[in-house]
Write a protein that binds this ligand. Structure first.
Ligand code: S3P
Length: 435
């Protein structure tokens, strides 16, 4: 049996929290450093299973990566075309970001590679990266339906493309841009809604000319990446569980330190504020090209809203915990435009609705979201379906339940938030692992 949790009302949340490094930034930092000229130090690296899998794969591809201390990597870049073939499959674990970005990185490398993943990743769509990479000239095989494992054939003659993304996805955008580094000519991306722009920002930090603005990115092949040091900010998506919990638990007053505040990530902040949350931004500054700030959150009563669909891409990973906030708000909240949640580590609309219903919430699943009426939550037995963000969202819900909540299948929290249970307990969560 994989690890479960027992969660229930704790005390008011107080004190200070430093959440681990950003997952998106950590993946990209080691990938770009790996194909740069020279050595780059990555500080604040997320020691999660997803990002460690990416670092391990880069090692299999011939990149020397040292770990001078926890949360730090020293990456000795091999240059743009310096990756070496590895006869073994490259195991991305649970990480959609790892697999999709590596597919782009490897597409034009001139080496054969096979990317595999765990049971959850093996059900996630890779056609969305295979289609544009194939248009660039790559040859990629997959299981039927575009599922992993994917085999990338040796090719060093990619062509740039002008690609309009059918879905707003930073992973797809990034895969195409990374392939564009090794392609002839220009690669252009147009997005239906702007998504996180870490790849673009980081390429610029490594000295690669890239033109970008919300919804648009363009670069040309034929340059080189120059090693640079990267400071990874704390992950807003991990901070989100504390923002919602402290908002919901009466008497709470919590500070989150040095949280990444990239505007393409902070949609939840805006959504919670529309509902009446009390979250203040303190000491904002730039840290390695990314905005960071401390967040002070105090308990407040929330009211339901129609969540603007335009906010969804900026809070795509926070929608599960937003459902919890809505389930405790007065009145009705409607979430639309969130179909992408159905192809995450689990079908997050289905898993969150089923679990919250088991706790007595009045929540109705819709094709692209949910209608949630604020109500009292009871104790009960729920299942995260091996989805880290569902597990942590349910732990937040349990803080407002009238009894104990057993949450099954939580081991995957280690993919994005190692140490969550201990950190949450240290500020007042009622939460323990049950082995
Ligand atoms: C990510 C982009 C998002 C997000 C994922 C990380 C990234 O996925 O859900 O957790 O690092 O680019 P999509 O771009 O597929 O929406």
């Amino acid at each position: 049996m994989s690890q479960g949790w027992l969660a229930g009302p704790g005390s008011a949340l107080s004190g200070e929290v430093v959440v681990p490094g950003d997952k998106s930034v950590s993946h990209r930092a080691v990938m770009l450093a790996a194909i740069a000229e020279g050595s780059s130090r990555v500080s604040g690296f997320l020691e999660g299973e997803d990002t460690r899998a990416t670092a391990r794969i880069l090692g299999q591809l011939g990149v020397r990566i040292e770990t001078p201390s926890a949360n730090e990597r020293l990456v000795h870049g091999v240059g743009l075309r310096g990756l070496r073939a590895c006869a073994e499959p490259l195991d991305c674990g649970n990480a959609g970001t790892g697999m999709r970005l590596l597919a782009g990185l490897l597409a034009g490398q001139g080496i054969e590679s096979v990317l595999t993943g765990d049971a959850s990743l093996s059900r996630r769509p890779m056609g969305r990266v295979i289609v544009p990479l194939t248009r660039m000239g790559a040859r990629i095989d997959s299981e039927p339906g575009g599922l992993p494992p994917i085999r990338i054939h040796a090719n060093n003659a990619l062509q740039g493309i002008d690609y309009e993304l059918p879905v707003a996805s930073a992973q797809v955008k990034s895969a195409v841009l990374l392939a564009g580094l090794c392609a002839k000519g220009e690669t252009t991306i147009r997005e239906p809604r702007s998504t996180r722009d870490y790849t673009e920002r980081m390429l610029a930090a490594f000295g690669w000319p890239v033109e970008f603005r919300p919804g648009f990115a363009r670069l040309a092949g034929g340059h080189c990446l120059r090693a640079t040091d990267i400071q990874v900010p704390a992950d807003f998506s991990s901070a989100a569980f504390f923002l919602v919990a402290a908002t919901l638990v009466p008497g709470s007053d919590l500070r989150l330190r040095r949280v990444g505040m990239n505007p393409r990530r902070t949609g939840l902040l805006e959504a919670l504020r529309l509902m009446g949350a009390d979250i203040r931004i303190e000491r904002p500054e730039e840290q390695g090209g990314e905005p960071v700030a401390d967040l002070r959150v105090r308990h407040s009563r929330l009211h339901g809203i129609n969540l603007p669909a335009a906010l969804v891409p900026d809070m795509i990973d926070e929608v599960p915990v937003f459902f919890v906030a809505a389930a405790q708000a007065e009145g009705t909240t409607r979430v639309t435009g969130a179909t992408e949640l159905r192809v995450k580590e689990s079908d997050r609309i289905a898993t969150m609705c089923a679990s919250l219903q088991r706790l007595g919430a009045n929540i109705v699943e819709t094709p692209d979201g949910a209608v949630i009426r604020g109500s009292r939550l009871s104790g009960g037995e729920v299942d995260s379906h091996g989805d880290h963000r569902v597990a942590m969202s349910l732990a937040v819900a349990a803080q407002r339940a009238s009894g104990e909540v057993g949450i099954a299948d939580c081991a995957n929290v280690g993919t994005s938030f190692p140490g969550f249970v201990e950190l949450a307990r240290s500020v007042g969560f009622g939460l323990q692992a049950t082995g």
